[in-house]
Design a protein around this ligand. Structure first.
Ligand SMILES: CC(C)(COP(=O)(O)OP(=O)(O)OC[C@H]1O[C@@H](n2cnc3c(N)ncnc32)[C@H](O)[C@@H]1OP(=O)(O)O)[C@@H](O)C(=O)NCCC(=O)NCCS
Length: 197
């Protein structure tokens, strides 16, 4: 099927945005988590652009006992505007509140995104090279360097990686920690060819 019709189909299946977490609250978490990293990069911090992204993108929100634990912003789009080859779900932001990190919230949100990406070619995202904890997280989920990453065009100077995974990643369900452990073990036996070059 054509790229545009598959994107439309996936978008049509996507439920309305979760209404937990006001845009101000989401923006506050995004800024607290990421502002320093953006400021340390060549991109700098563009608050208005981030606010626009928070209000325009699709989003899913995770709460714990009514408290904002994390959220993901995403879009359905072609991998390249000028020369589209793939229909992708692009994760624009994944932000977990510090007190809820390492409790599976990020994995839970990614699992939901992978379900929404059914029928598409990939789930893609951009991550700062300096963001080692996020790189470890995505590696643990099975993400790898994408074909569009600058390193595949002999550019090693970029401050970011483009990572991707197939929608049917087979992320473990929250109840099956033993399958998670098995997957981890397999990964340890055969470390992914990712990232720390
Ligand atoms: C990166 C981030 C999204 C991870 O979310 P999370 O909810 O803490 O991750 P999970 O609890 O689902 O972790 C799943 C697995 O990923 C790996 N992982 C996650 N954070 C890690 C870290 N800081 N160091 C090493 N491994 C990590 C581990 O294997 C972990 O499993 P374990 O806890 O059983 O060892 C979260 O730390 C975050 O929001 N960071 C700040 C914002 C950010 O960098 N966002 C990504 C922008 S691209």
């Amino acid at each position: 099927m054509m790229i545009t019709s598959r994107l439309e189909e996936a978008q049509g299946r996507c439920p309305a945005n979760d209404d937990e977490g006001s845009e101000g609250e989401l923006m506050g978490l995004l800024e607290a988590n990421m502002r320093a990293m953006y400021e340390a990069s060549p991109w700098g911090w563009d608050g208005p652009a981030k606010r626009e992204e928070v209000s325009r993108a699709h989003r899913i929100v995770a709460t714990r006992d009514g408290v904002l634990a994390g959220f993901a912003l995403f879009r359905f789009e072609p991998d390249d505007e000028e020369d589209p080859e793939r229909a992708v779900l692009y994760v624009r932001e994944l932000q977990i509140s510090p007190r809820f990190r390492r409790t599976g919230v990020g994995t839970e949100l990614m699992r939901r995104l992978h379900r929404l990406a059914k029928g598409l070619d990939a789930v893609m995202l951009t991550v700062f090279k300096a963001n080692t904890s996020a790189l470890r997280f995505y590696t643990a989920l099975g993400y790898d360097i994408d074909q569009d990453d600058p390193t595949n065009y002999d550019d090693r100077s970029a401050c970011y990686y483009i990572l991707s995974a197939k929608p049917r990643l087979g992320l473990p369900s929250s109840s099956s920690s033993s399958s998670l452990k098995k997957k981890r073990k397999r990964r340890d036996d055969h470390p992914p060819r990712v990232i720390y070059r």
